[in-house]
Design a protein. Structure first.
Lengths: 167, 167
């Protein structure tokens, strides 16, 4: 995993180089584990709270991922730069709260973030906010960053460093 | 899951409406399960073989996902339309083969698919091809398809159907 940078501590920091991936209205790929032990992956809206460091998701009590995280609170969240998908943020975390959102206020906040306007709230009565506390953050470097790092390493050591990473 | 269509059979079909997501050089989010039972999610290159119906990934024997799928062959693959991320294909599958790729030939094939040219093969000596056999395919409908379906349902029943789906 030569192009990944791992951090593991009580409150893992978001590297400034990848902070935009949390700020922009991108879709996250949320991975959970099903009751039968197989993984599940879904595209999700999210909101990052820089103060508390948590990720918030809107969800409903009728869906697979709700049942999954009630049983197995550990999740993985992948947020890739659409312009350069190997520049990504991989957040390992734990669901620390599931809060009812019966007015749909949080869903409306995410509608604004993602669509710039507020419309209908689907399944309002079943709406919840899922709070994920990051436990570990891994960043993937984009092609340009990789080239730059390889050149720098080659200049330091006089050798050609191999490419690596996810693909 | 009102906006999802589930299919479960021996060889799940790819709906023509979502076939382009397998044909285009998009990045897949591959979810696996770690030894400790937590999920993992990574962006991945892939190749779909329409004849056999399998998904092929290039990977190496030195990475987390390799160890994960050797122990737990069930995976989930999410491929979203970058222009409309809620239009997605969620493939549940099983790793049915891991084949060495010591010449890097398959990696080069994917370089061509994704970058239009062939360059260095990273970690060539550790390269493998991971073959995933889909066991179930779920599609997510984009906003336009959802609106259309809601209008059609409303016209049929004389009522307004609620929005739904992943977000």
């Amino acid at each position: 995993m030569s192009d990944e940078v791992e951090r593991e501590d009580a409150a893992p920091a978001v590297p400034p180089s990848h902070r935009d991936l949390l700020e922009r209205p991108l879709y996250a790929c949320l991975a959970t584990v099903r009751e039968d032990g197989a993984p599940l992956a879904n595209p999700m809206w999210f909101l990052w709270e820089p103060g508390s460091g948590v990720l918030l998701f809107t969800h409903t009590t009728t869906r697979h991922n709700y049942r999954n995280v009630r049983r197995e609170p550990r999740v993985a969240v992948l947020i890739s730069d659409p312009e350069e998908p190997l520049r990504y943020l991989q957040v390992h975390g734990r669901v620390e709260a599931i809060t009812p959102d019966p007015t749909g206020a949080f869903h409306e906040q995410l509608q604004l973030r993602y669509h710039g306007r507020v419309g209908e709230v689907g399944e309002r009565e079943a709406r919840v906010v899922i709070t994920v506390r990051p436990t570990r953050i891994v960043t993937g470097q984009g092609i340009r960053e990789r080239r730059h790092a390889r050149r720098a390493a080659a200049a330091r050591t006089g050798t050609v460093a191999p490419a690596g990473g996810t693909v």
